[in-house]
Design a protein around this ligand. Structure first.
Ligand code: SF4
Length: 123
């Protein structure tokens, strides 16, 4: 089975070709080893960082930007974003604070990417 992917590891955006024969993967058209790893992972178990926002109270800012601390399965991104849609945090929040632990039992936490003080003040 042959599949094509665009490598998203760097801005060069190589068009990778991943060929699977008898369980063995061959990646071609990559310009570096990072593309090789990306192609193999993308073929077998594609993952992405999860970035979204959650509701925050106690501040004039209404949404807090968050990110997963590691990649999560690509096919679960919508489900995980929906879980975060139900999360509400209270200010103050500091960048790096855990907003959701082990989101969807992925073993991955989600953290705040921005510090938001209480009462309308942003750091
Ligand atoms: S294969 Fe290497 S050079 Fe090409 S996009 Fe991926 S990381 Fe960049």
């Amino acid at each position: 089975m042959k599949k094509e992917f665009t490598c998203i590891v760097c801005p060069v955006s190589c068009s990778l070709v991943v060929d699977e024969k008898d369980g063995k993967l061959t990646v071609s058209e990559n310009q570096c080893k990072r593309g090789l790893v990306f192609g193999e992972n993308e073929f077998r178990n594609p993952k992405r960082m999860l970035t979204t926002t959650v509701k925050i109270t106690g501040s004039s800012v209404k949404r807090l930007p968050v990110i997963s601390v590691d990649e999560v399965p690509k096919d679960r991104l919508i489900e995980l974003a929906e879980l975060l849609y139900k999360v509400t945090v209270k200010s103050p929040v500091h960048r790096g604070d855990i907003v959701a632990q082990n989101i969807g039992n992925t073993g991955v936490d989600v953290i705040a990417t921005r510090t938001i003080k209480q009462e309308n003040k942003e750091i």
